[in-house]
Design a protein around this ligand. Sequence first.
Ligand code: IFM
Length: 444
Amino acid sequence: MASFTLNFPKDFRWGTATAAHQVEGNNIHNQWWVWEQTAGNIEGGDRSGPACNWWEDAEADFDRMVELNLNAHRLSIEWSRIEPVEGHFDKDALQRYHDMLLGLRKRGIEPMVTLHHFTNPHWLDEGGGWTNAEYVLPRFRRFVEHTVRALDDVCDLWCTINEPNVFAVMTYMGERMPPAPAPDFGRTLRVFCNLVAAHIQAAAIIREVQPRARIGIAHHMRVFQGMRPNHILDAVAARAQDMLFNQSILSSLLNGQWHWTLRRYAPNIKLSRGSLDWIGLNYYTRQATRFRRDQAASGFGSIENFPGTAMSDYEYGEIYPAGLLTMLKRLNKAKLPVYITENGLPDHDDDQRPGFLIAHLREVWKAIQYCYDVRGYYHWSFVDNFEWSEGWRMKFGLYSLDPQTQLRELRRSGALYGEIARSSSITDDMVRRYAPKLMDTVFR
Ligand code: IFM
């Protein structure tokens, strides 16, 4: 009987992704910790608490990564641990990160370090957070310089900022992230701009400290499509959302010029080209847009799901693998290497994740066949972790976790991912065992 295989390059990065606050535990000096203490802010009254205990023992999970044959992991550095009090840098915290990164390297796992992943030191938020460029930019630059100098010998793959669009929208428009002020469109776009400027300045300082650095950003992209077929206003609103959410930040970075949607809100800072050595794509889902005259701030469109499509737990999002290829095709135009820095879903029972993995990786494989320069895939996430205002209910891990006992269990999807990483391929035998329903489509 003929056998079929989707082969990936031998040096492809097979990884997972995490963020400090979601896994470390007891990050008491950031704005999230403060926010979690107030009832009603987090689903089910949950708190991050000891999270996945990584501050004490990330290495136990690093050993598990080895068992899964992973050769890459993306984690973030917690600014509020390194600089708990403004201007005071904690050497022990930096040493702990140094140990973690060395621990990954010793296990043959290449670390990618994110410098900002949603959390701010509490003192920064008290001073106005990301709304004021003059305030935040020099402080972020100083933190970046300090951190990169300290971790120079254990990391050279830097991701400056995670999902600037999500961070700004959820904080200043969505009321889902602290300090959750009343939604304000102008302020949100101002924060977009400040994050763009922060990336450019961080990239410059990283290059100065570490000329060999490879610098990128993790950009969240969603497919926006009009809800009603042939409904011109739905289509126009979807385009507007795409422009604001998917394009404005990336275009400013790639062209070294403020995208026209941002010009009005931009600080007096000249942008430059060349700050990106690679682009990170965080891809999760597609959204349906219905024209809404009263929703100017979201591009005159609602944000909905197409009826009857496959959804992940708690309607987190539609499972739409084709969108991954769509986005890779768009990014290919920038002629830079791409890493898929996040992709995953909440799936408590793990009945969707094996098929999700195979179907999404098939899109990555196709992209590679088209000669798009895709270098790696970092699954979100290695282990169930604290999902921000959703608390603990959303289970994104290849390993399940009971946060009370800290017991982990490898999910079937984790075993599958381990097999894929070991052989750098997806075989028909894997599909038959883990997602037989896909047999008819994967190799077509
Ligand atoms: O958990 C988050 C992560 O922090 C940022 N990207 C999306 C993930 C899943 O919602």
